[in-house]
Design a protein. Sequence first.
Length: 65
Amino acid sequence: MGTLIDPNNNMHGYIRNPDGSFVIIDYPSSLGNVLGTNVNHINSAGAVVGVYFDPSPARHGFARE
């Protein structure tokens, strides 16, 4: 789990599956935002939590199950 920066300097959250593949996590209103989406934690049930920044750029929390 973590955050990556694409060639356009946009941030995206990601998680790595047990098989080694990656899943990119972008909160919809953060797309195209340089601050983007950050994944911070995965709990034992597999829920992903983090923060995303809207275009203003206000910070918001999210949970993805």
